[in-house]
Every structure is written in structure tokens, then in C-alpha cells.
Ligand binder design. Structure first.
Ligand code: ZN
Ligand code: ZN
Length: 372
């Protein structure tokens, strides 16, 4: 999915000698005038620099002040497309098919944008799982390079909640959630819940979870799951922290319990959303955000594309749930936060929105929920 917009471009004539480009770009830098695109080439007896500023008025003011020989503005087209192999070839092929000639074409990441510069927030990861024990530093490095600026790592029982809090205390861009997963709910006795509550008071522990109901795998009896979930919903409410809900094949029961406890004050996230639009609407009504994970990229995504389009931009977040559920190209492998860019790109494509903008908005939703 591409969106086309127009932009002003200017050209500055300079002597054709080394350093002229650096001089102009240096002046722009000092004046805080950002560029979307830049190129330079010999022209006549000098050289021509083509510039597409993000703020044409600021550029013109600077050019006047510096007495640059500026021509323009002329109109150029900017296409916000996918940052993928072959994207430029496809655009040129379509122009050729329509018999439209082009004199110049340039490609680059938009300011603050592009797949690898997107501002992403992985709202659900398990960085403290043994799968990452050997190379967590590299995993975090790749995440940062892929634009993942924040990660929430989620405990699933008392020891992993402790480990999550420990990673969050070490890494500047990692925060923790503490809780007992429905699979482990048989362990959620008073002592365990008291320890979760104690951990919830630690710095950089910003949410309760993951908790919820899993009637798909049923690794704990349903009444035990419900009791543990209810206790943790109450804990979230008491500590005024958002709750991270895991729900598989148990939407009716989970939504009933959430409604009973009423978590709207601090909110929460329906993580790895697996329902349809009707369930999504009910989650939103109960004060939860909807989080999409790798399955939205699968060839058989069920109702998820519809859900991706339905949820308002200010109520949507994305996650990896790593090491589980890798997006399509990495299925069968270990998932990691860097792959969040793929899921986010798919959600942006489904919504017909530029990735950079959507990613920034979803990150802001997570930041606001967890008060980061
Ligand atoms: Zn889960
Ligand atoms: Zn999880």
C-alpha cells in the first residue's frame, strides 16, 4: 500500500568543487532545517544540488539570508511505500505501463520513518526466558537497530516475574510486568500473589501480567484459572497498574471477569488478540487496548485483518510475544523484538497508513498506558 503526496523541491547552484554540498548541508544543519531528499550533480559550469526540505518556508528564509542561488520551488512526488526489496522497481514498472516518463527518482527513508527507523514499542515480550539466555545483548542490539525503542517484558510466574524486574532494572529501554500466567495458575496461592504484589512496587515494574484464561490448552483447571485471574485483576486495580490479559478460547469468561472487577481506571491490554471485531469492540468498551502480534502476518490470519482496520489508532498496540509467535518470514524460528517491524508494517499496510506514523502512534499508546 502506497500513499502519494507532493512536496516542494528546490535547487541550489553552487561551484562544482569538493565541499560545496557539505557547506550547504552544514548551514541547513545549523539552522535546524531538515531534508527529506538530497542529491547533487554537475550542471552547466557549476553543480546543482536538489533539496526537498520538510519545511519549505524555513528553507526559503535560510536561502535568502545566505544569498544562495536558489531555483524553485517545483513540485515533486513523494511516495510513502513499503521499505522492501523491489519496491522501486515495482513503482517504475507501473509508471512504464501507464506510459509515464520520469527524469529522476530517488529513494530514502522519510524523516523519522522507514521500516528501520520506525519508532516501535514491543508491548509484550519474554526477554528473561531461557531462549534468550545466551545472546540477550545481541537481541537487544538488533531490536534497537530495528527501531524498537521500548520493550515490556512479562513475567509468567514468581521466578520469571523476578527475572523480568531484574532485566528492566538493567536495561534503559526495558520495563517489566509481573504476574502469573493462566498455565501456572495452580501456583497462584496467597504467598505467590503477595510476592507478585511486592514485585509490582519495584521501580520500572509498570503492569500486572501476564494473567488471564487459557481454555485452549487448559493446563490448569478452569476454576483455578478463574480464581488466579480474578485475584490479579483485583491486584491491578488496587495498585492502579494496567493489566496484561492473555486469553485463548475463553473470551466470554475473561470479559465477564474484567467487567466484574472494572479495570477502566488504569486500563490494560488484550495481548496477542485472537478474537473478532465483536470481541475487539467489547475489549475497547472495558477499557483495554488491543494488541496485535505475529499471527496478523500469517497467510490465514482469520479475523485479524478486519480487527487491524477496526480498532481506532489510539487504542492499538503491537507486540512480539517473543520467543513465541514469530511473524511469517521467521515462522518455526525463535521470535525476537527486532521482528516487530514486520508485524507493524503489515498492520500499517492493512490500515492503509504510513508505517512511521502508525508506529509512532502505537508507541505513544503504550507509553501513555504505562506512564513512561
Ligand atoms: Zn500470552
Ligand atoms: Zn506472553
Amino acid at each position: 500500500m502506497e500513499t502519494v503526496r507532493t512536496a516542494d523541491y528546490f535547487y541550489v547552484m553552487v561551484p562544482d568543487k569538493p565541499g560545496e554540498g557539505a557547506r550547504i548541508l552544514g548551514e541547513l544543519k545549523r539552522a535546524g532545517v531538515n531534508l527529506v531528499a538530497y542529491s547533487g550533480f554537475p550542471s552547466g559550469r557549476g553543480a546543482q544540488l536538489d533539496l526537498v526540505p520538510t519545511d519549505p518556508a524555513a528553507f526559503k528564509a535560510l536561502a535568502k539570508e545566505k544569498k544562495w542561488k536558489v531555483k524553485g520551488p517545483k513540485r515533486t512526488f513523494l511516495i510513502d511505500g513499503d521499505d522492501r526489496l523491489g519496491a522501486c522497481a515495482d513503482v517504475l514498472a507501473r509508471l512504464a505501463a501507464a506510459k509515464i516518463n520520469v527524469t529522476a527518482m530517488d529513494a530514502g527513508a522519510p524523516p523519522g520513518g522507514g521500516r528501520y527507523a520506525a519508532n516501535l514499542f514491543d508491548t509484550h515480550a519474554h526477554l528473561h526466558f531461557p531462549e534468550f539466555a545466551g545472546d540477550l545483548d545481541l537481541v537487544l542490539e538488533r531490536a534497537r537497530a530495528a527501531g524498537v525503542q521500548r520493550i515490556l517484558t512479562n513475567g509468567t510466574d514468581v521466578p520469571t516475574s523476578r527475572a523480568a524486574a531484574a532485566i528492566a532494572s538493567r536495561e534503559p529501554d526495558v520495563w517489566a510486568a509481573v504476574g502469573i500466567h493462566p498455565h501456572e495458575s495452580a501456583e497462584a496461592d496467597d504467598a505467590a500473589l503477595a510476592e507478585i504484589e511486592r514485585l509490582a512496587g519495584k521501580p520500572r515494574v509498570v503492569a500486572i501480567g501476564e494473567t488471564g484464561l487459557d481454555f485452549f490448552r487448559n493446563l490448569a483447571p478452569r476454576d483455578v484459572q478463574e480464581r488466579a485471574f480474578r485475584s490479579q485483576l483485583a491486584l491491578a486495580r488496587r495498585t492502579r497498574k494496567p493489566v496484561l490479559v492473555h486469553c485463548r478460547e475463553a473470551h466470554e469468561e475473561a470479559l465477564r471477569l474484567i467487567a466484574e472487577v472494572d479495570v477502566r481506571e488504569a486500563g490494560g491490554i488484550m495481548h496477542c488478540f485472537s478474537g473478532d471485531v465483536g470481541i475487539a469492540r467489547r475489549c475497547l468498551d472495558l477499557g483495554l487496548l488491543v494488541s496485535l502480534a505475529g499471527p496478523v502476518t500469517y497467510p490465514k490470519p482469520g479475523a485479524l485483518p478486519e480487527v487491524a482496520r477496526f480498532v481506532p489508532g489510539d487504542r492499538l498496540v503491537v507486540e512480539t510475544d517473543c520467543p513465541f509467535l514469530p511473524p511469517q518470514p521467521y515462522r518455526g524460528k525463535r521470535n525476537e523484538p527486532a521482528y516487530l517491524a514486520i508485524t507493524a508494517a503489515r498492520v500499517a499496510e492493512l490500515r492503509g497508513e504510513p508505517l512511521a506514523e502508525l508506529a509512532a502512534r502505537m508507541s505513544e499508546n503504550g507509553r501513555a498506558l504505562f506512564s513512561l
